[in-house]
Write a protein of this length. Structure first.
Length: 218
């Protein structure tokens, strides 16, 4: 295996370019989850299953890019932020894994329909996830252009995560106050918990971006 010159800035830039491609796949995965949710709400389960299949393919594509990025970084053992970029890639990739798991959980619930208020709240939660991953993608892009801006975008991810937490708490309260059959209630709580974990993971990715930005002289 060839070794990259640790002082060659192009090596780091190539890694960041791959990280951008990786995050684009993550964004696409979350957007596909949003479409799956829409189909599920409308009772279009066959279409929702097709979306889940696409999520799986996108998750596999993201994994390939993650491995490509890790291989690129492994070629330079002295790159100053090598481990930080590895950590960023691993955390961001978790979002795709969670999106796939969340999609499976959505499809296990076919004997319950959200009322108008719950439909709106859950839809808002999914939109927050899309917004958070979009901000992550832009933040990673700005790492090589303007580290200070990358941190500002990471801060916006934190704010989105707080909004998602608020929605999650309202949804949880509404579920407990409703007369949902116990088995379904458990599945719904697991589903909402997965949404929350996706938002929390986006926040962890934002923290990883801050570390990379600081190493680049934010």
């Amino acid at each position: 295996m060839s070794t990259i010159d640790p002082y060659d800035a192009s090596a780091e830039q190539k890694a960041i370019d791959i990280a951008q491609d990786h995050c684009r796949k993550i964004v696409s995965t979350v957007k596909e989850l949003s479409l799956l949710y829409d189909d599920w709400v409308e009772g279009n389960y066959k279409e929702a299953e097709e979306k889940l299949n696409r999520i799986t393919r996108l998750e596999n594509d993201a994994n390939k890019l993650k491995h490509e990025l890790l291989e690129q970084l492994s070629k330079s053992t002295t790159m100053i932020n090598r481990e930080d970029l590895m950590r960023l890639a691993l955390v961001v990739d978790e979002i795709a894994d969670l999106a796939e798991g969340t999609g499976y959980r959505v499809l296990t619930i076919q004997d319950w329909k959200p009322d108008a208020k719950m439909k709106k709240e859950l839809g808002s939660l999914v939109e927050k996830l899309i917004s958070a991953t979009e901000k992550l993608r832009l933040s990673i892009f700005m790492l090589s252009q303007n580290p200070t801006k990358a941190v500002e975008l990471a801060d916006e991810v934190d704010e989105i995560e707080k909004d998602a937490d608020s929605i999650q708490r309202r949804v949880g309260h509404s579920l407990y106050a409703s007369r949902v059959e116990p088995r379904t209630l458990i599945m719904l709580k697991e589903l909402v918990s997965h949404f929350e974990e996706m938002a929390d993971t986006a926040e962890r990715a934002a923290d990883a971006i801050r570390i990379v930005a600081m190493s680049r002289g934010k």
